[in-house]
Write a protein that binds this ligand. Structure first.
Ligand code: SF4
Ligand code: SF4
Length: 422
């Protein structure tokens, strides 16, 4: 265990060793940690700092930043030993702390910079990242019959174990069809008349395209037309891993395709908060190009679109549930989408009985992994007992996690809305 006494042992300063640990560039990237005043505000919102097991300071958000400070200021703390890297892994990039740090430290970015430094020393790409970023897209390049044969033969439990999923987590098994088929079948695929360009990202593109079927039918009924430009996944897993080199190449490819859509006057529709975050704020920061800025401004998140529709065409839509609890996911909070979602549901006649802001512990795919599962479930324990009735959450992994632990109906925002009959 890393103890506080190790953190600033002035009599054990070893600057030479510290220099060996961090390059000049890495020290510059991590230097924001030096501004930390150790107020602990980040601990008060950090999901993994709020569970009882986080009573030791080094298991908290502040503890992680203080460890980086220590490495920068000459302690002999080995920032890259297994114990420290496990503590750093307790940050899953939810972004909740960004809103409260009085020093304005971009805490999740710091942890990503740390992970990038760790990768340079010893860590390869996480298996789950390779599976979703490399294997699935490669399979989808195969002819459909061959792809479906492979999916039907694949030993799913073994794959789940191989990529590190926890035993109580069901592998989100790819359905075998492509989201383009769903769009076509719904009759919403447009040509020159399309006003929205759909950016599907990994889950809706490869894993559960059927999740957006109802949305596509709704959009068609309302007269929308969609294009489906060439695209790769958003790269959120690469971002979390600190693999900025590969992320840059993914971002460039997506931006170069999407900007052509924007030049045709189309908005870019996203149906996951991770995709919205990447296109709207990460790509522009990473690429710093006018095209990335243009794409960023054109993004319309599905919660925003539903709000727009509910304000002008509420008579055209019906709800599957009348009373719902809204779970406000981490990225929905960061992107300020929860009130738009609640507004849309209320405009359509739903009674939102409560809005729960506690984290469900999924943290993207972080909480679905065996190595993080016990902490993930403890984080979820602060949310699940407060849920009542059907739940609407805006995040595909939050939906998986809450459905698994809550056992009642859990919907994505666009699964609870349908075109009104007649
Ligand atoms: S909120 Fe900011 S300044 Fe306060 S302990 Fe956390 S990182 Fe440090
Ligand atoms: S990004 Fe989330 S998990 Fe990471 S330190 Fe901030 S609040 Fe905690």
């Amino acid at each position: 265990m890393v103890h506080d006494a190790w953190i600033f042992p002035e009599d054990r300063c070893d600057t030479v060793r510290m220099q060996r640990q961090l390059t000049t560039e890495e020290r510059a990237e991590l230097a924001e940690a030096l501004r930390c005043i150790r107020c602990g505000f980040c601990n008060s919102v950090c999901p993994t700092s709020l569970i009882p097991e986080a009573y030791k300071p080094s298991r908290t958000s502040r503890g992680r930043i203080v460890m980086i400070q220590a490495a920068l200021t000459g302690s002999n703390l080995d920032l890259f030993d297994d114990e420290v890297s496990e503590l750093m892994d307790l940050c899953y990039g939810c972004n909740r702390c960004l809103a409260v740090c009085p020093a304005g430290i971009p805490i999740p970015d710091l942890i990503r910079s740390y992970r990038a430094a760790l990768r340079r020393r010893r860590m390869g790409t996480e298996r789950i990242t390779r599976f979703y970023v490399e294997t699935l897209p490669t399979l989808y390049d195969l002819p459909r019959p061959l792809r479906n044969l492979l999916f039907s033969l694949a030993p799913k439990r073994l794959i789940a174990r191989y990529i590190g999923l926890a035993r109580d987590v069901r592998l989100p098994v790819p359905e075998g069809r492509d989201v383009l088929e769903v769009i076509r079948r719904a009759g919403v695929l447009g040509d020159r008349d399309a006003e929205l360009a759909y950016f599907a990202d990994t889950y809706y593109r490869y894993v559960r395209p059927s999740s957006v079927e109802r949305l596509m039918l709704t959009l068609r009924r309302l007269g929308y037309r969609l294009s489906f430009p060439s695209q790769r996944d958003s790269g959120i897993l690469l971002w979390e891993d600190g693999d900025l080199e590969r992320l840059r190449s993914v971002a460039e490819e997506n931006v170069s395709s999407l900007v052509k859509e924007v030049e045709r006057g189309r908005r870019v529709l996203t149906t996951s908060p991770a995709a919205t975050l990447m296109l709207r704020s990460v790509y522009p920061r990473l690429l710093r190009t006018p095209d990335a800025d243009e794409v960023s401004r054109a993004v319309v998140d599905v919660c925003e679109l539903l709000l727009e529709i509910s304000e002008s065409r509420s008579d055209a839509l019906a709800l599957k549930e009348r009373e719902v609890t809204v779970h406000s996911s981490c990225f929905s909070q960061h992107l300020d989408l929860t009130k738009k979602l609640v507004g849309a549901l209320e405009n359509l006649g739903a009674e939102v009985t409560s809005v729960r802001r506690e984290c469900c512990g999924a943290g993207g795919v972080w909480g679905l992994l065996e190595k993080n599962r016990s902490v993930s479930r403890k984080v979820a324990e602060l949310l699940i007992p407060h849920l009542r009735g059907p739940v609407v959450t805006y995040s595909e992994t939050c939906q998986l996690q809450i459905a698994e632990l809550y056992g009642q109906s859990v919907y994505l925002p666009f699964e609870v809305v349908a075109p009104r009959e007649g």
